[in-house]
Design a protein around this ligand. Sequence first.
Ligand SMILES: [Zn+2]
Ligand SMILES: [Zn+2]
Ligand SMILES: [Zn+2]
Length: 128
Amino acid sequence: MAELISRRLTSQKTLLQQELDHSTTLFDAEELYAKAVKKNSAIGIATVYRFLRECVDAGKLHSYSCDRKTIYSTSKNNHSHFRCEKCASVHHIDIKKLDFLPVNLRNMVCHVQIDITGICISCQAKNK
Ligand SMILES: [Zn+2]
Ligand SMILES: [Zn+2]
Ligand SMILES: [Zn+2]
């Protein structure tokens, strides 16, 4: 019985791994779950969360916090936001060059997340 359950979990993990191998964008647990459940209806969201945590711990995935959600990427990347202090809208910013980081950083950088806050263009327009 226990063996049967563990075999079933292994095949669910294989399926999740295949989904990760095909992912090219940032995703959250619900998005991965939605894709996986189409191929195996037995899969549960708890399994997805556990799988994602294991991948992050193993350094295979990188996690970022995005608008109070945790999102994941298979590549070492940067994930940066501009958040409006007035309307709380969140805009993603793609920072290509990270050479403004201190060069004497002795820790090994894994990924970068920068959060910038301010007043967005539409809120600025409303105040005029
Ligand atoms: Zn990372
Ligand atoms: Zn984000
Ligand atoms: Zn705004």
